[in-house]
Design a protein around this ligand. Structure first.
Ligand SMILES: [Zn+2]
Length: 301
């Protein structure tokens, strides 16, 4: 599974969040649907696989909403599953709410850590109160789960989505594919484009990655990126853990895309981000928060 509940903080964590941690308590996670123990795998830094949470051998989920999600995902590829999404907390998030989740392991975190902590415990208490009833769609702390929902449920993109700073309010209108030719985009959106096969450029201040933009035939007539969009991930003041998370996800997405190509699937490494476009060099976008970028391999219809 892609997420589990942290036994200690009671928060739901995404498997990719494990890349932020130096030490993993492998007994520290339970299924957010039914409470059975879940153990993390592939969280080691340098792993070529995306981390996940798995049930212990011989254990089964018990009447579990989390376990039921995989069925909904399969159905959602073919038809609208609106009713199911409305009552599933995590499949199609209601919006984005950025809070510093892990002040304990992030020495760089500053500011309102006490506020966010008390807000969290208040909300998890109220969840426990209604545990038997089904929950409604919740906001999330990174764009990743929102982007997965966009890929997974093409027939339900009219569902509401609220992201601070974006003046559009459905999945369909919030997401924007970056187009050829390179152009200025006046409104803030969740942008996406495919990663092109060009080496990342890395320095103390930023990581630069290249996305599909303008193409031209090379000397053999094969299309080559002639003027790619460039994503400047401005990580100068990020902790090492946050840099590691972003690099790991990009490397893993490259591997996943290679595997998909071997299997002749149409899946590509899709980069999603919220960032500022550079007015003088419109092929450049700047991203300043690790929670506003993710890499997911998939096919967008
Ligand atoms: Zn379960």
């Amino acid at each position: 599974m892609e997420s589990a509940r942290d036994r200690r903080t009671e928060e739901i964590v995404e498997a990719e969040d494990l890349w932020l941690l130096d030490d993993i308590d492998t007994t520290g996670y339970i299924c957010w649907g039914c409470g059975i123990e879940m153990y993390p795998s592939a969280w080691q830094k340098g792993s070529k696989k995306r981390p996940s949470f798995n049930k212990m051998p011989g254990k089964e989920h018990i009447n579990c909403d989390a376990d039921a999600e995989s069925t909904v995902v399969k159905q959602g590829q073919k038809k609208s599953v609106r009713d199911l999404l409305d009552s599933a907390p995590g499949l199609m998030p209601a919006g984005l709410r950025l809070i510093e989740k892990r002040p304990v392991v992030d020495p760089d975190a500053t500011g309102s850590e006490n506020n966010s902590r008390s807000a969290r415990s208040a909300s998890s208490t109220s969840h426990e109160g209604n545990a038997p009833t089904r929950q409604s769609r919740r906001p999330v702390n990174t764009i990743r789960q929102i982007c997965r929902a966009f890929i997974r449920f093409p027939h339900d993109r009219d569902i509401s989505l609220n992201i601070p700073g974006i003046d559009a309010h459905t999945y369909k209108s919030v997401f924007r594919k970056l187009r050829d030719p390179i152009q200025l985009y006046p409104h803030r959106r969740v942008n996406y484009s495919t990663l092109v096969w060009q080496k990342f450029e890395q320095s103390e201040d930023r990581l630069v990655i290249f996305l599909s933009g303008e193409w031209a035939p090379d000397e053999f007539g094969n299309p080559r990126p002639s003027r790619p969009y460039k994503l400047h991930i401005e990580w100068g003041d990020w902790s090492q853990a946050k840099r590691t998370l972003v690099r790991q996800e990009l490397e893993v997405a490259k591997e996943e895309a290679k595997e998909a190509k071997k299997k002749r699937l149409s899946d590509r490494a899709q980069i999603f981000f919220i960032g500022e476009q550079n007015a003088d060099n419109p092929e450049i976008f700047h991203v300043t928060d690790y929670r506003l970028i993710c890499a997911i391999v998939g096919h967008i219809t």
